[in-house]
Structures are given as C-alpha cells and as structure tokens.
Design a protein around this ligand. Structure first.
Ligand code: FAD
Length: 437
C-alpha cells in the first residue's frame, strides 16, 4: 500500500460509506480510500430473509437523490444486468433486501477507491505532520498496514443491543442480526421466543411462522410495546426525513431532543403495514386449519433471561406492565430483536481527545457531521440520532448527508444540497404572518 497522505480515509463500507465512495469516485483529484474489514460488501447478512424488502423506494439507492445521472444508480444496475424491463413490468418500488445487497456489490466492484479485508485497529494523530495515521491488518494473512490521511469519515455502522437483564452474561444470546446463520439450529427447538416488535422482530416471527409446521415448534412473540404498531408512512410524516427537519431538530436543546426522539418510535421502529397484515393472515389461516401454536403478547418487559445449560433452554422472566404482575416462561430458543445502538469502535481511543463527546459518551456532532473540536476533520455516519434526529439511520437521507460531507471534505458543493424540500414548516415561519409574543 502507498504511504503518502490521502486527503481522507473512510472506515467501514456499509451502505452509507459505499454511497460516499460512489459519489466521490467521479470527483477529479479527490484522493480518498475506503477500508472495509470484510472480504466483500455484505449488508446485514443475518437478516437477508427471503422476500424481505427495503423500507424505502428504490430511489433511495446509493446515488440517485444526489445525482440521478450517476452510473452507480439502481436503474443503471438493472440495465447493466439485463433486468430493467422485468423491473419495469413488476411495478414494485420496494427492492428485496437481497437485490439491494446484489446492487451494492455491483457498485462496489466498479470502484477503484475501496479496499476490502482491511481491518482498522488504531487511529492516532500525528501532530508534527498534521495528519492521521490509520493502522490495521489486511488480507487472509492479516498483514499490518499503515496509511495516512488529513481527514476521516467513520462509517462503522451500529451494534446489536440486548435488554439490560442479559448483560453481563457468560452465555452468548442470539440477536436477530445473526438470525440466518442460526436459523437451522433454532428450528430444531420445540419452542422459540422472539423478543421485540420492530421490523426485524416481525420478519423473524413471520419467517419462523411460515415453517413452524414443517419443524413442529411453538412460537411466542413478546414485546414491551403496548401494541404491534405500524411504521408511519403517510406523506406529511415522511417529510420529517428532510433537510428541513434536520435543521429544525439540530438547533433544539439536548434535553428536548432526547424527549422528542422518545416520541418518534413509530417513525422508524414499527413494522411495515403489509408485513403486519401478512402475519395476521397467516395466523388466521393456521387457526382455521387447527394448527395455531403461537402466543403474541404485548406490554411485557423482560426482567431476566437465563440459559440453563443442563436443560438446554432459557428461563425468561417478564413483567406485565399494565397489571404489574411478574411471570416466568420457559423456551428452548430465544431471538432478541431488540435493536441496535451507535458503534464507538475501539480504534477511536487514539484520537478520543480530539473528539467532542456528550455526557452519555456519544459523539457530539456538529451540523456538518464532524465530531472533532475543529469541526472539519472527522466526519461520522450513522451515529447522530441524538444530534440530527431519526434521519440518522435512514437510507433515504444518505445522499443528502454524503453530499454535505463531500462539500465539507473538498470545500466545493459537487452535488446540490437541498435546503428546503418540505411542504410544511417545522419551525415557525419568519414572516409577518407569525408574530412572536
Ligand atoms: C436488518 C436491517 C434492515 C434495515 N433496513 C433498512 C431500510 O430498509 N431502510 C432504511 O432506511 N434503513 C434500514 N436499516 C437501517 C440502516 O440503514 C442500516 O443499518 C445500514 O446498513 C447502515 O449502514 P452503515 O453504513 O451505517 O453500517 P453497516 O451496514 O453496519 O456497515 C458498517 C461496515 O463497517 C465495517 N467496519 C466496522 N468496523 C470496522 C473496522 N474497524 N475496520 C474496517 N471496517 C469496519 C463493517 O464490517 C461493516 O461492513 C436497516 C437495518 C437493519 C439492521
């Protein structure tokens, strides 16, 4: 590898940094590289369940919302792969997740600025030379590498979260993130419990329910939520995924932001309506056929989960929140679909002192997504729900954020950055019609 100083190094190649890589590729003289520890692009492989789809229409691909003429668009992928007419006839805007993964791999394969099998282990700042030194191991032999850059873009994704009562535990509980790798083993069990009620929980429950008779297990689905609620997708609500809302949210004080995020579960944590309906129909079919062996229980907070090695099963304790009553439940298998949290990677330790942190140990990001004190050196993808709001993890806002980051990296607005797209006002309009009292 070269040892000269790159303008930037981006660490991690999920959809967000891959989008940045596609948008950076055509910019002449922009010297940046993207490092990914996996051997190839792989988007949440544990959840590439048959027929699961993206929650966004295909226009939320890697590039189109920044540059619809980009050769890395989903439509260009369809054309190149001979699929464009079938896509046209299908009239389905929601890509299967497996198709999105294949599209991302196609895009990654054409990029000259990405390097797979590069596991970043340490980043330090070289004060004398005014650059960052990125070190790690690469390739199957895990040989060391050293690279230098002026700026960094962190795109290391999020990490699975378990309920507090599971931590610390010697036993390795199963998270939905690892579902497919463990599915066959899970289906050997006689009883399986799914905890959580977001999109992932619903997908795992539906997938297991479809095959329950063939494998002869019972299913229990437990959630703390008061109902199996739907992800809101009406259009005036979707407008909250906009630069307008980010600007509004960003300037609120930190405590208000926390409070608002807590009220926004249905914007990003619920289940899409069509999946809820499919689950309902399947449950009803099974009941009519006398084959229903399920329990769906809301309002229940997990208070304990212990693996009993002797009996190879789990002793679960939960509390019914309305009745304030505790229950015990035994299950041979448990899947935790209990979400993800921002990932602060260990390699950050060497530059921790250059970063701004909040009281909860999260990055305190500036409006331009920079986390460093100077506000123009270390940019962070997908770790700013508390600063920029729930658009943080949304694929539909990836092009917007990356256009912004590219402008900050280069000083030039290579892709038009929309300032206002919403038909509504999130802040009170500064016009004579509205007088502040
Ligand atoms: C199952 C699932 C489905 C989702 N579906 C949608 C959806 O339909 N629509 C939507 O808007 N959002 C969706 N999301 C939310 C979000 O958009 C995705 O999580 C998205 O993958 C986030 O992309 P990312 O680039 O931040 O991280 P990731 O996709 O997690 O990628 C991070 C990458 O960084 C690499 N990495 C980490 N550490 C290092 C290191 N030290 N060195 C080198 N590489 C490293 C990892 O190997 C990984 O490849 C979904 C989330 C999940 C879990």
């Amino acid at each position: 590898m070269k040892t000269d100083v790159q303008e930037f190094i981006a660490i991690g190649l999920g959809p967000f940094n891959l989008s940045l890589a596609c948008l950076a590729e055509p910019i002449a003289d922009l010297d940046g590289i993207f490092l990914e520890r996996n051997t190839e692009f792989s988007w949440h492989p544990g959840m590439l369940i048959d027929n699961a789809t993206l929650q966004n229409p295909f226009l939320a691909d890697l590039v189109s919302l920044a540059d619809p003429t980009s050769r890395f668009s989903f439509l260009n992928y369809c054309k190149a792969e001979g699929k464009i007419y079938s896509y046209y006839f299908r009239e389905n805007f929601y890509l299967k997740r497996a198709e999105y993964n294949a599209y991302c791999r196609w895009a990654a394969a054409q990029l000259s600025n990405v390097r797979f099998s590069c596991d970043v282990q340490e980043v330090v700042h070289d004060l004398e030379n005014g650059c960052y030194v990125v070190t790690g191991v690469q390739g199957p032999q895990r040989e060391p590498f050293v690279l230098r850059c002026r700026k960094l873009v962190l795109g290391v994704g999020s990490r699975p979260v378990f309920p507090q009562c599971c931590e610390p535990a010697e036993h390795r509980f199963m998270h939905a993130a690892d579902y497919l790798a463990n599915k066959a083993q899970l289906q050997q069990k006689r009883s399986i419990t799914i905890v959580g009620s977001g999109q992932s929980a619903a997908e795992v429950f539906h997938d297991l329910l479809k095959e329950a008779d063939a494998h002869d297990y019972s299913l229990t689905w437990i959630t703390r939520s008061p109902r199996f609620f739907q992800m809101e997708t009406t259009k005036l609500t979707l407008e909250m995924f906009s630069p307008d809302y980010i600007d509004y949210f960003f300037h609120l004080d930190e405590q208000k932001k926390e409070r608002i995020v807590r009220t926004q579960d249905s914007l990003y944590k619920g289940v899409n309506a069509s999946l809820i309906n499919q689950i309902y129909d399947l449950l009803d079919d099974k009941r009519n056929e006398g084959r229903l062996r399920t329990h769906l229980i809301t309002n229940c907070e997990l208070q304990g989960c212990r693996y009993d090695a002797a009996g190879d099963g789990y002793d679960i304790e939960f509390r019914q929140l309305d009745c304030e009553t505790r229950y015990a439940h035994r299950s041979e298998g448990v899947v935790f679909a209990t979400g993800y949290r921002e990932n602060i990677p260990p390699f950050i330790d060497g530059i921790r002192h250059r970063l701004r942190w909040d009281e909860k140990g999260r990055y305190r990001l500036a409006r331009n997504y920079a986390a460093d004190f100077d506000g123009n050196e270390i940019f962070v993808q997908n770790a700013g729900q508390h600063t920029h709001g729930m658009t943080n993890q949304d694929l539909g806002m990836s092009c917007y954020r990356n256009s912004y980051i590219l402008r900050e990296l280069t000083g030039v607005e290579h892709y038009k950055i929309e300032r206002r797209i919403a038909l509504q006002d999130f802040a009170i309009p500064a016009t004579a019609d509205f007088v502040r009292l």
